[in-house]
Structure formats: structure tokens, C-alpha cells
Design a protein around this ligand. Sequence first.
Ligand code: PMP
Length: 441
Amino acid sequence: MTSVPHLLTDIPGPRSRELHAQREAAVASGYAVTLPVFVARADTSTVEDVDGNTLIDFASGIAVTSIGASNPRLRANVAAQLERFTHTCFMVTEYEGFVRVAEWLNEHAPGECDKRTALFSTGAEAVENAVKIARHYTGRAGVLVIDEAYHGRSMLTMAMTAKEDPYKSGFGPFPADVVRGPNANPLRGRPVDETLAQIQAIVAERGADYFAAIVVEPIQGEGGFVVPATGFLPGLRRLADEHGILLVVDEIQTGLGRTGQLFASEHEGIAGDLTLTAKALGGGLPLSAVTGRAEVVDAVHVGGLGGTYAGNPLACAAALAVFEVLEEPGLLAGVGDIEATIRAHLEPLRTEIDALADVRGRGAMMAVEFADAGSLAPRPDLAQRISAACHAEGVLTLTCGTHGNVIRLLPPLVIEKPVLEAGLEILVRCIRTIAAEEAAA
Ligand code: PMP
């Protein structure tokens, strides 16, 4: 491999700028873009743009292309399926791939119980359907979600998502019966037992028969890669059990190896009644799933679940390749090595740079938060400037967090160590440079 990143032009280059201008004339302006570069092809851990620049991919299409954006096994599986047929609609005639994906998820999702799986296309659809299932099973309406949560952009999932701008502003009114409780954010929140007591009070206030589900991300994604304080997730599990509420664990961003376990729930030894997956599940083809206790999932009447594209055959073929890669010996241990490498590069900066408030995450889901020392006032300006500097040097980073002050790293799980290190060296250099400029200003 030639050394990466490999830049031939400014980023974005002239051809990307030309295409971007065409985009502006044709595409709805409501889409934001992290880096206005047009991609020609992608490899294990790099993307090549239309100007011939090769960028290091620390985004994985927002935690989707965990096995690489052009994995040979995935391509072969999908190509073979493409030769046979592209679509039947599982509600019209059946096909085997759907069943095999369901079987794998039933076997591997957290929880030692008989399970069933329903497949859909997008993450938001999985969340919506989990709520449908939970309401049907419990006969209750309420959905308890957590501060700073992100669950999608459909009407119900916008209601469940916390952040107003850009996700919700001007799009309401939203469906009712969504209630928000506090998060056990170790940097900014209260202690776990106080947080759980607050949630307990919210449940008590609404009455025992109100909540159908508590929906929680085991590590918040868009909300800022917040790993909840130890004990929070088991506490929610207990609280749900006490009140006959279902626990729905949204593993859409964290699931399928991202954190070094197949499911992030496993780090805290919990199992949701329903576990949601999407993103990495289809390896880039749209596929999502609700997996959970058989008696819960099967409470829904025949015809109550579905969708024209739900569990599309090409996406199922892709998922079966994703599963094979995840089961390769050493893959998950390698994700632990990614975390160690990221920490080794970033943690020393904590003592060096005052505004670097936190390095956190698990596995290949890591983040750096920027905030003023002491007051912890968020510093989105720093995160944005550092991220932009990385882009200019050929490293594709994303930001996140309610205040946009967090840089998140989501490299493919199969990233080669030299590529990971090259990207991290650039990130570290950019952090140092921008922080020094700030200090001098
Ligand atoms: N839940 C979580 C935790 C997510 O991170 C996302 C996507 N960022 C979603 C739900 C929504 O998924 P989708 O964009 O596929 O609808």
C-alpha cells in the first residue's frame, strides 16, 4: 500500500467542487455534509475521491462499513444474490436469507431466551417497530427515553431524539407519550443512584401502567459517545422489571462488534427485552432488525409487522457476510487493540491541553470532548476547527454531541494498524496546532 493519506489536490479537489455545485442545483438543501468530497471508490479503511485523493476513513459511513466499504466476501455474497433475484417482498414470497439473518441474531443477541427477529430497512424503522411491539405486548402507551438520545428522523423517532436543532426544529407536532429522563453522564451528570432515583420518580409520577418501554442506547452515539456510568444500564434493567416495562436497547450504532463485544450491552451484562440493530448489520446495504424475547415479538397479530423492502434479499446476503467476518478469530480482540492504540495517542494530550476534557468510548467507538477546563463549557469551535484541519490533511473525522464539541472516531473494525496510526498522528498534530493557536490568540 502506498502511504496514506495520499493527497494530489486541495480537499475538496476541483472535480469534487464541480460535482458539489451540481448537487446544490439538484439536491434538497436540507442535507448537511461533513466533507463535500465525492467518492470514486473505497478500500478497507480508505476512500478515494474523484480527484484521486486517498483519505483515511475514521467515519465508516457513521458506523456502517465495519468490515470495510468494499469487503470481498460481502461483494461476492451480494453479487451471487444479485444473479438470482433482487426482491420478492418477504410478505409476498419468502427467501432463505431472511431466515438465516434472523437465526444468527436470535442466537447472538444478548439474553438466554427463545428469541424472534423482525427485519426492516433503516434504524428509525427498527425503533418505531420496537415501540409498536412493546405497546402491543404491554397494552401501554408511554415511551421513556434518555436525555441527549438519538433514535432517528421519522415522526416518532424525532420525538424520541433529544436534540432540537437540526433534527426537530420546525417539524412538529410530534407523537405524544414520549417522556425524557436523565442520563448517567460520568462527566456532567449526577451519580448513578441519584439518576436512577429520578427516573424511578418519573415512572411513579405517570403511574404503574403507563410506560410500555424504556429505550436506551448503551453508549450514546449522536449525543456525544457518552458511556453511561457503571451500573446505570443494570439499574434501568431492574427498574423495567419492577414495573413490567420492556427494556429496549438501541444498539444501532454500538452493535455488531463496534465496541469490542458483539453487543455493547454485554459490557454491563444486560439484555434488553428487545435489541435493535441496523447500520453495520447490512454492511452498507439498508437492513435493520428488532430481536427479542419470542413471547414479546410474537404478541403482534399476523400482518402487524412488515414493509415492502423489509429484509431485502441483497441486504440479507450482505449481513451474512458481515456475520462471517465478525466470527473470524481475533476480529473482536482486534477491536480492543484499536481502542488501546487510540487511547495511547490521545490520552497523553489530556494533561497537555486544558480544553481536552475527555477521551472516552469503547473499542472502535471512541471520542474526544472539548470543553473549558473547570466550567466544562462546551467548545464546539475547537472540535469543528480540529475536524476541518483533519479533513484538509486527508483524515475523515466526524463530530457529535448535543453541543457539537466532540470529535468521534469510528474506523472500520478491520482498519490496518499503520493506517490507524497514520490517521491518529494527524489528529494529534491537528489538536496540538489548533490548541496552540487558541492559546496564542
Ligand atoms: N438509533 C441510533 C442509536 C442511531 O445512531 C441512529 C442513526 N444515527 C438511529 C437510531 C437511526 O438510524 P437510521 O439513520 O438508519 O434511521
